[in-house]
Write a protein that binds this ligand. Structure first.
Ligand SMILES: [Zn+2]
Length: 128
């Protein structure tokens, strides 16, 4: 489902989808994109990603901050492994487990999550 959700992203360079699941229910979702009310395009005229583009997991976590629910003890399903900035948010949001199917070239995010004792499961996209 996270892979399908990623297709909603307007980003050209990379489309990422995230779902947060708690007690067998999807409590939040997100894909990478600009903040609410901004133009949809994620890249500038040079094809570079705009600085204010939010990553999929950041969108899913902050969407929860706007709701009456919370991510404590939840699982995050994300198509691409988190960057270090999102890893920090994941830890502080109380997420206990992440599942991803594509490894981001930088692994600092995963290193930080491992240090925080967050369970990580990699499922190869080719096997899905
Ligand atoms: Zn990120």
């Amino acid at each position: 489902m996270a892979i399908i959700w990623a297709e909603n992203s307007y980003c050209v360079r990379r489309q990422v989808g995230a779902l947060i699941v708690k007690d067998k229910m999807i409590i939040s979702d997100g894909y990478n994109g600009t903040p609410s009310g901004f133009e949809n395009s994620c890249e500038d005229e040079n094809g570079l990603t705009k600085q204010y583009v939010l990553h999929a997991e950041a969108n899913a976590i902050t969407k929860l901050a706007c709701s009456s629910n919370n991510s404590k003890g939840a699982t995050l399903y994300i198509t691409t492994s988190p960057c270090i900035e999102c890893a920090k948010l994941i830890i502080q949001a109380g997420i206990k487990r992440i599942v991803f199917c594509d490894k981001y070239r930088l692994t600092e995010g995963l290193d930080v999550l491992q240090r925080a004792g967050i369970e990580m499961l990699f499922i190869d996209k080719k096997e899905l």
